[in-house]
Design a protein around this ligand. Structure first.
Ligand code: FES
Length: 122
């Protein structure tokens, strides 16, 4: 039996927002990164929404993890396969485990008030 995508033990879901605006996901700012592969990998595990710029371009690529019963975790600089895999590994159990060390340095505190208009579910 396959596990439901991103379900926590409590039954709550984890939701992901992947920024794809003026910087995140662009070949211009991050050449050689498999941006589409990142979306495919993460969306295979958890409910994922692609959003326009969330106003934190200095941290691109930005991935926002919203556990169903916890505060959002904003991750920046998710720009290589190892970091994408770390995000995926963390999401397998609905982000219910402590953030792995490789991602702890990627957490940042949101400074902008932008909300990422133009969202698209994948
Ligand atoms: S494009 Fe992602 S924060 Fe601006």
């Amino acid at each position: 039996m396959s596990k439901a995508r991103g379900f926590l033990a409590s039954g709550a879901t984890v939701r992901i927002q992947i920024c794809r605006g003026c910087c995140c996901g662009t070949e211009r700012k991050h050449p050689g990164v498999d941006h589409d592969g990142q979306i495919a990998a993460i969306s295979a595990i958890a409910r994922t929404r692609i959003v326009d710029c969330v106003g934190e371009c200095a941290h691109s690529n930005v991935v926002i993890v919203r556990p169903g019963d916890g505060p959002s975790v904003w991750l920046g600089g998710i720009n290589n396969p190892a970091l994408t895999s770390a995000v995926c590994d963390w999401l397998v159990d609905g982000a219910s485990q402590p953030l792995p060390p490789v991602l702890q340095s990627r957490v940042f505190i949101r400074q902008s008030v932008a909300v990422g208009a133009g969202a698209e579910d994948v």
